[in-house]
Write a protein that binds this ligand. Structure first.
Ligand SMILES: Nc1ncnc2c1ncn2[C@@H]1O[C@H](COP(=O)(O)OP(=O)(O)O)[C@@H](O)[C@H]1O
Ligand SMILES: O=C(OP(=O)(O)O)[C@H](O)COP(=O)(O)O
Length: 418
C-alpha cells in the first residue's frame, strides 16, 4: 500500500484531498462537528513536520455552482485552531489566484482551496437546466469529460505529490478523489486517516474474533441490503433495529400499524431470514417497541410487542425488553460492527434504544471486544453520548464505509492501490 510514512516531504508541495464535508450551524456557519477535520490532522502535521507544504482540497455539501453557504471559508477558523498556524485561502480552486498562491507556497505553509464542487468538473457531470433537450445533454456530457481532464490537470499542477485522505468521499470517482492520481506516478499515496479506516474495516471483514455481531439500524432495508448480504457470510449474530425492523416483522405476518415499511422488500426480508438460518446466523429483531401516534417529538406514545403495533401507531424506538436482549448479545461479542440507529434518536422520546446500544457497545469494548461504528447517524449518537473514546474505531465515512464493507472497490482507493 502506498503510505505517507515511507515518504519524506521535505521541500515538497503535497496536495491532499481531505473530506471537510462537515456539518455547519445554519445561522453562524460555525463547524458543529469537527471529527473529519481532526481526522485529517495527523497527515497534515506529518507533511509539515517533514518540511513540506500542504495544499488542502475538499468539497462541502452538494452545491450546484457557487453557493456562499457551501464555502470552505466557513471552516478556516476551526482548521487554523487545530493546525496551530495560518491557513491561506484561495477563493477559487481553479482560478489564477489559486495557481499563484500554490506557486508561492513555502515550506511549512498551508493553503486551503475553495469548494471543488463549485465546478461541475469535479464530479464530471454536466449541470443543465431541466429543459435541456436530449441532444444538449449528450453534447454536454462529452464536453464535461474534456473539461474535467483540464480541471484535474490544473489541480495536479499545484503540487509535487498527491495524498488522498478523504475516506468519506472514497466511493466517489471524482477529479480530486480518483482521476488526479494518474498525474503523480509513484507519488500518489494514502494519508493516515484512510490507512486507519482500511485497517479497521479489514480487521472486521477478515480477522474478526468470534462471536462477531453486526448491529444494523436506520430507516430502510433497501439502503443496507448489500451490506447485510455480505455480512451473513461472516457474522454469528445480526441485530436489526430502527425503521427497517418493520419490513421484517410485516413479512413474517406481524401487525405493524403505520410503522415504516418497504412493501416491495417483503420477499427480500424473508429471503434474508432464510439465508441467515441456512448459514447459522442468529437474527435478533426487536421484540417490543415505543410507538408514537405521529412522527413528532411531542407525539403521544405507548409500548407494545413489535408484531402487535396498534392501528394508527408507528414504532419509533426499541423498548426495554429488546434493549435487554440486544445488550446481552453485544456484551458477549468479541467483534462488533454497528451501522444505523435503533430508533428516531434525533427526538429525545425515541433516543433511549440507540443510547443503550451505544453504551452496550462501549461496555463490550471495555471488556476487550473490537468495535467499529460507522454511518453519520450512528456516529452522531455515539458522539452525543460522549462514547467515541470508548469505541475501538469510529469511522468518518457513511456511504464509503457501507460500500467498502459491501465488498465494493472504492474508486478513491483503487486509483492509488491500482
Ligand atoms: N423506527 C423508525 N422509523 C422511522 N425512521 C427511523 C426509525 N428508526 C430510525 N429511523 C431513522 O433512520 C435514520 C438513520 O438511518 P441511516 O441514514 O440509515 O443511518 P446511518 O446514517 O447511521 O447510516 C435516522 O434519521 C432515524 O431517525
Ligand atoms: O458526507 C459524505 O458522505 P456520507 O454522508 O455518506 O458520510 C461525504 O462527504 C460524501 O459526500 P457526497 O455523498 O455528497 O458525495
Amino acid at each position: 500500500m502506498a503510505l505517507i510514512d515511507s515518504y519524506n516531504f521535505k521541500g515538497q508541495k503535497a496536495i491532499i484531498r481531505v473530506d471537510f464535508n462537515v456539518p455547519l450551524d445554519k445561522q453562524t456557519f460555525a463547524v458543529t462537528d469537527d471529527t473529519r477535520i481532526r481526522g485529517a490532522l495527523p497527515t497534515i502535521k506529518k507533511i509539515l513536520a517533514d518540511g513540506g507544504s500542504v495544499i488542502l482540497m475538499s468539497h462541502l455539501g452538494r452545491p450546484k455552482g457557487v453557493e456562499e453557504k457551501y464555502s470552505l471559508k466557513h471552516i478556516i477558523s476551526c482548521l487554523t485552531a487545530h493546525i496551530g498556524r495560518e491557513v491561506k485561502f484561495a477563493d477559487d480552486c481553479a482560478g489564477t489566484s489559486a495557481e499563484k498562491m500554490a506557486a508561492d507556497l513555502k515550506a511549512g505553509e498551508v493553503l486551503l482551496l475553495e469548494n471543488l464542487r463549485y465546478y461541475a468538473e469535479e464530479e464530471g457531470k454536466p449541470r443543465l437546466p431541466e429543459t435541456a433537450t436530449d441532444e444538449e445533454k449528450k453534447a454536454a456530457k462529452a464536453d464535461i469529460k474534456e473539461k474535467q481532464k483540464a480541471f484535474t490537470k490544473k489541480l495536479a499542477s499545484y503540487a509535487d505529490c498527491y495524498v488522498n485522505d478523504a475516506f468519506g468521499t472514497a466511493h466517489r470517482a471524482h477529479a480530486s478523489t480518483a482521476l488526479i492520481a494518474e498525474y503523480f506516478p509513484g507519488k500518489s499515496m494514502f494519508g493516515y486517516l484512510i490507512e486507519a479506516e482500511l485497517k479497521a474495516m479489514d480487521k472486521v471483514l477478515t480477522q474478526a474474533e468470534k462471536p462477531f455481531t453486526a448491529i444494523m439500524g436506520g430507516a430502510k432495508v433497501s439502503d443496507k441490503i448489500l451490506l447485510i448480504e455480505n455480512l451473513l457470510n461472516r457474522v454469528d449474530n445480526l441485530i436489526i433495529g430502527g425503521g427497517m425492523t418493520y419490513t421484517f416483522i410485516k413479512a413474517q405476518g406481524g401487525q405493524i400499524g403505520k410503522s415504516l415499511c418497504e412493501q416491495d422488500k417483503l420477499d427480500l426480508a424473508l429471503e434474508i431470514l432464510k439465508k441467515a438460518e441456512a448459514k447459522g446466523v442468529k437474527i435478533y429483531l426487536p421484540v417490543d417497541a415505543i410507538n408514537a401516534d405521529a412522527f413528532d417529538a411531542n407525539a403521544n406514545t405507548n409500548t407494545s410487542k413489535t408484531n402487535e403495533t396498534p392501528d394508527g401507531w408507528m414504532g419509533l424506538d426499541i423498548a426495554d425488553e429488546s434493549i435487554k436482549i440486544f445488550s446481552n448479545v453485544i456484551e458477549n461479542s468479541k467483534t462488533i460492527l454497528w451501522n444505523g440507529p435503533m430508533g428516531v434518536f434525533e427526538m429525545d422520546k425515541f433516543a433511549k434504544g440507540t443510547t443503550e446500544v451505544a453504551k452496550a457497545v462501549a461496555r463490550a469494548t471495555s471488556k476487550g471486544a473490537y468495535s467499529l461504528v460507522g454511518g453519520g447517524d450512528s456516529v452522531a449518537a455515539v458522539n452525543k453520548n460522549k462514547l467515541a473514546d470508548q469505541i475501538s474505531y469510529v469511522s468518518t465515512g457513511g456511504g464509503a464505509m457501507l460500500e467498502y464493507m459491501e465488498g465494493k472497490e472504492l474508486p478513491g482507493i483503487k486509483a492509488i492501490r491500482g
